[in-house]
Design a protein around this ligand. Sequence first.
Ligand SMILES: C[S@@+](CC[C@H](N)C(=O)[O-])C[C@H]1O[C@@H](n2cnc3c(N)ncnc32)[C@H](O)[C@@H]1O
Length: 279
Amino acid sequence: MKIYIDKIKRRLLLWWLSKMKNPAANKIANAIYASIKKDLNKQEQQWVECIENLRSELQENQKQVSITDYGAGQSDSTYSDEEMYEGKVHTTTVAEICRTSSKRDIWALILFKLVREFQPNICLELGTSLGFSAAYQAAAQRINNHGQVITLEGAQALVALSQQNFTKLKLDNISVVGGKFQDTLSAAIDQANQPIDYAFIDGHHDKEATLRYFEILLPKLADKALVIFDDINWSEGMRIAWHKIVTHEQIKLSIDLNAIGICMLDSELKGKLNLRIPF
Ligand SMILES: C[S@@+](CC[C@H](N)C(=O)[O-])C[C@H]1O[C@@H](n2cnc3c(N)ncnc32)[C@H](O)[C@@H]1O
């Protein structure tokens, strides 16, 4: 029953967003709606198939990889900043990484459709892993005929694997920056050499770290920039971080989709809209 009610609520909220006198809200609604409906043109469909074929291949890949994780660990971990900076080494397989840390299905499509709708010049991503979300965003930019992805990853093994994956997909509009976000974010923003009009934060799900990255990004964002945060409800700390972000005076529009949160700057907008769409 709850699933049914949520579905109706979702449809109504998306319809309302699509009718608002706010082009950004309309574009976000279109992107989400098209992703739910899997409404893709032929070129979009071809890219999605290509990326998903690679995913199917990697899901069977039992090659062992040693990963240093600089993130927050589990949702109830209490690592200090020093411990996270030091990192935790563990051995896993490509298949397991593919299964546990890559954006898939509706979420990957939403990123793809947002890039199609907003046509950003730069997609700055924190957290590459095997490169699936970067590939979706870069493929959308290829269809847009402009734009590049700059994606940051701490684990060296994943930097190498993601680069192999981008080569396989013939996506040459992605640059992978290896190193901890703490050390690489500011330089990556400078590398973009223009205001950042789109960012996807999908790594280091720690409250303080997420807020720090947001503060570093904020002065470098274009007006009307779109910033997407992953796992906003993953832990108490991430819920607090998301709340602080959406109540920031420069954020004029925010949409909580449970797994991800989308927010937008827009100095021309007078009011503020914080919305939760059930997913
Ligand atoms: C959830 S995964 C990213 C998934 C990817 N965006 C996708 O959907 O295909 C998060 C990645 O962020 C990286 N990461 C986490 N904390 C980091 C930090 N402080 N510095 C650099 N990389 C970090 C991890 O190594 C991991 O590969």
